[in-house]
Design a protein around this ligand. Structure first.
Ligand code: ZN
Ligand code: ZN
Length: 686
């Protein structure tokens, strides 16, 4: 099976005709409103994320004519240019974005990274040095960028000295193999970039680029570069392997319709290719075909029988779903996803009403029956030496259960990142790390998290900048829609009306102040605390009241807030009860506390085991019933609980979770059943 260049173009062309209505509507809307920048911005960004090169280019050109001084529009235009190979125009547009932006730093970083990608390490170096000499408050350079540029420059010179490409390929190929063996993907990536200069499609290097890129990807890096590279390889080489990789890159980047089209025309030959096809078919709603493929793959891996069952649930074929779950359980009698969904499908079939609490109870039942909580049994034997090792550093201590103070602890597994023991309280079943770091050493742990912290912070800053570019009225109006959590019976506007004009909110872990700003735009008095001084400085620079403080030492008057948010914070706290007691005191009567945290009682947790949201700063994990019970104990009335899926979405960006073996349908299913691995609880102070 091979593919010719024009054939692939034809596929992409055909895809343009078959796009979902939404894209068409966007286009028509933009054309009907030729002078509305927001219409063109939506249309252009959507084109970009769906993988269109030429169209994005045209739409973004239109957009920057309407808003010549909007940095985001210029940035989009530059990305569209790079995608279709207009390097010069793209560079100009990106430089212009940096010139007009109120915060030029991220655009200049992108410019430096572009220089590296285009094989111009010396331009990158001079840009980098110039940026280094200016002091810009609050911004951090991506980790290792300076060193990366230097290595780029040296290797590029070295590659130029090796005049013969065969010699260069041999020398660099050896080095590449060395880095791959050591799993140093960043180095491997830089190396291949320098080896090819501009991608040489006849050599093996484009495949190596794609491999290195795939492995080095971090939390928020865009996948489109991988897609472009593989597109080039597939066009040029047309081998089944290249085509399947191209399809998979598209699936990863979220272009499942493109992936399906490619594999419709070129039936997959390998296991990975068939897996990609099945996932893409499922994501496009072609459940019957997805089921057939998954069922074929199931003999090799029971997860695919479970996937076939999930596809049947979506097609409302409950009997067939049961059959596939049975097949999965025949291969692995304690398969968490199959065992759980079999019970859920059974309830569905018998049309029994059920709620999330009931499903949680089913999960607890199953986990006891199958021993999911302690399935890593060989770990038991080295639990004591591991604990001993930690205690000997004098930075850890044995703790009692943070919820019920019981000293009886059942170790469950060793968290692979911090090498901590996680386990459950034998009396109340609460999941926590034990031994835990001494409170005074917790600060050091956060320093270690810096690399992820800065990626997250860049993400938060970008969304804050987007908000700042709109009018406060718009931001406030939009927030009402975005804030999914407030139920129809209990909406944000109705709560605001109830609390009157002088209403105050506190955001614990406020970072750069994205939440603060949105509540501010709706007329709230806002205040935030965070441990990250850089983030707090950004919030303050926009006039927001943010402080560097912990909950324990923040001195707010009692009963001073109507709403307190604590999103992804409580799992980092060694003593959750004293924190909740303090927050209860800070709320006015009738005030709301909103807490979000990774949920320990979830099917995805049992599926991934120790790798689930592994982190060296997570000390405790509430599950739904632990959190609601604790809320009630402090005198909160539970208004609502909601869960959604977090781990699976980021699964393919972490080592060990690399293979996207769970169908994309799993996300919506779990959200609909409300058994996700992240839970939010809204409680009202009585
Ligand atoms: Zn306990
Ligand atoms: Zn966390």
């Amino acid at each position: 099976m091979s593919i010719k260049a024009n054939q692939l173009e034809a596929i992409l062309e055909e895809l343009r005709v078959n796009q979902p209505d939404a894209m068409d509507h966007l286009r028509v809307f933009a054309e009907d409103h030729p002078n509305r920048p927001d219409a063109w911005a939506h249309y252009a960004w959507n084109l970009f994320y769906r993988g269109y090169g030429e169209e994005t280019y045209k739409a973004s050109k239109r957009l920057i004519r309407l808003t010549p001084k909007n940095a985001d529009a210029l940035q989009l235009h530059s990305r569209a240019c790079f995608r279709i190979g207009l390097v010069k125009e793209g560079s100009r547009s990106l430089q212009r974005a940096a010139a007009v932006a109120s915060e030029p730093f991220p655009y200049r970083i992108e410019w430096i990274e572009t220089c590296l990608r285009e094989g111009k390490p010396f331009s990158a170096l001079s840009q980098y040095l110039r940026l280094r000499m200016q002091w810009i408050r609050g911004w951090r350079f991506p980790r290792g960028l300076g060193r990366g540029i230097l290595i780029h420059a040296i290797l590029t010179m070295f590659a130029k000295l090796l005049l013969l490409s065969s010699v260069r390929d041999a020398v660099f190929g050896r080095l590449y193999a060395y880095y791959v063996q050591k799993k140093r993907w960043n180095r491997a990536y830089i190396l291949v970039r320098c080896a090819v200069g501009k991608p040489d499609l006849h050599s093996v290097w484009p495949e190596r680029i794609a491999d290195a890129l795939y492995h080095k990807r971090d939390f928020f890096s865009p996948a489109f570069e991988e897609e472009i590279t593989w597109r080039a390889v597939a066009l040029r080489k047309g081998t089944p392997h290249a085509i399947e990789r191209y399809a998979r890159a598209n699936l990863h980047a979220g272009y499942s319709t493109v992936a399906v089209k490619i594999l419709d025309q070129n039936p997959p030959q390998t296991f990975a290719g068939m897996e990609t096809y099945a996932h893409a078919l499922a994501a496009c709603g072609r459940y019957d075909e997805a089921e057939t493929f998954y069922a074929k793959l199931g003999e090799n891996d029971p997860i695919h029988f479970a996937n076939a069952g999930i596809a049947c649930l979506f097609a409302k074929e409950y009997l067939r779903a049961q059959m596939h779950f049975d097949d999965a359980l025949r291969m692995n009698p304690s398969h968490p996803i199959a065992a759980f969904l079999q019970r859920a499908a059974d309830l569905h079939m018998r049309k029994e009403p059920f709620d999330a609490r009931q499903l949680d109870a089913i999960l607890r039942d199953l986990s006891k029956k199958h021993g999911w909580r302690d399935r890593i049994s060989q770990f038991r034997e080295n639990w004591e030496p591991e604990t001993e090792r930690l205690l000997q550093t004098n930075r850890y201590r044995i703790v009692a259960c943070p919820l019920c103070s019981s000293p009886r602890f059942q170790p469950t597994y060793l968290d692979p990142v911090p090498k901590w023991v996680r386990g459950r309280c034998e009396d109340c079943g609460f999941l926590f790390a034990n031994p835990q770091p001494l409170p005074e050493t917790l600060g050091d742990l956060y320093m270690n998290e810096e690399s992820q912290g800065s990626a997250l912070q860049r993400f938060f800053r970008k969304s804050l900048n987007e908000l700042l570019s709109q009018s406060p009225e718009e931001v406030g109006k939009l927030f009402e829609i975005k804030e999914r959590f407030w139920t129809p019976e209990f909406s944000l506007p109705s709560f605001e009306a109830e609390r009157g004009k002088d209403r105050g909110m506190l955001d614990i872990g406020c970072s750069v102040g994205t939440n603060l700003y949105q509540y501010h735009c709706r007329g709230w008095r806002t205040c935030g605390i965070d441990l990250d001084g850089n983030a707090v400085a950004v919030a303050q620079s926009h006039g927001l009241d943010a402080r560097v403080a912990t909950i324990e030492d923040a001195d707010f008057p009692v009963q001073s807030f109507d709403l307190i948010l604590m999103m992804d914070v409580i799992e980092h706290v060694p003593d959750p009860l004293s924190v909740l007691r303090k927050l209860h005191g800070l709320l006015k009567p009738g005030g709301i506390l909103k807490v979000k945290n990774p949920c320990a009682e979830s099917v995805i947790h049992y599926h991934y085991g120790p790798q689930w949201i592994s982190s060296d700063t997570h000390l405790i994990h509430f599950s739904r019933h632990h959190l609601t019970d604790t809320f009630e104990r402090f005198g909160f009335e539970i208004i609502a609980t909601r869960s959604y899926l977090e781990a699976n979405k980021i699964a393919h960006t972490y080592d060990g979770w690399r293979r996207l073996s769970v169908t994309p349908l799993f996300d919506p299913l779990v959200v609909n059943l409300d058994v996700g691995d992240t839970i939010t609880v809204l409680g009202r102070k009585r």
